[in-house]
Ligand binder design. Sequence first.
Ligand code: SF4
Length: 243
Amino acid sequence: MTIIDKQHARLRHKKILKNLDLLYPRVRCALHYDGAFQLLVATILSAQCTDTRVNLVTPALFAKFGMAEKMAVATIAQIETLIRSTGFYHSKAKYISGAAKMIVEKFQGKVPRTMEAILMLPGVARKTANVVLSVGFGIRAGVVVDTHVSRLSGKLGLSDKKTPEKIEQDLMRIVAREKWNTFSLQLIQHGRLVCIARRPRCGECVLRTLCPSAGKFDKKIPQKRKAIRSSNALGVKLHAKKR
Ligand code: SF4
């Protein structure tokens, strides 16, 4: 990349961030929780599951085991029963139980506040750690890279890397530290509302003039189907006329 290319890329990134700020000025984590431990559990549950589904499950779970001390003495079977509908519930129950036990035994019942320590908990990788540290404690240790952030970073040309860790490194260079938390929430929101995985709505997207992928996902209708569609449309019109 030449110096001019780099300058163009920097300017484009800056404009994307500015537009996201205008578009989503007040974003917040969609998970329902009370305190860092519940946020940790909800984030573990959100793997391969929607936040809406997690929010349906956690009230009953937290009513019984809302604190690390209580969760640590719950049996795996008790946890599984309460989280079954979030999918992968065998693994999730093991992780939640293991994390609660470690928090009680090793961290005096408190969710640790450093990346190094939080990554020791079972089932906690950088994404979960970043959510808990940033949303739960306001500590900016990195950028949350979930499926939306990873997908949109590629589409918007913010990163050409394939692994969440490498994408995170690219985003940490592009986005100012104080915006790390807001930025990933904005990208998640844009991924849910506009840049939808199966069919991005490029025509309605305010980022389309800045996005190298704009329009690449427009569905092309095969000629044959096009002809059938127009004859159907004509048929409907004729039918309406007769009436
Ligand atoms: S222009 Fe299309 S591909 Fe690019 S961010 Fe918007 S919806 Fe996604």
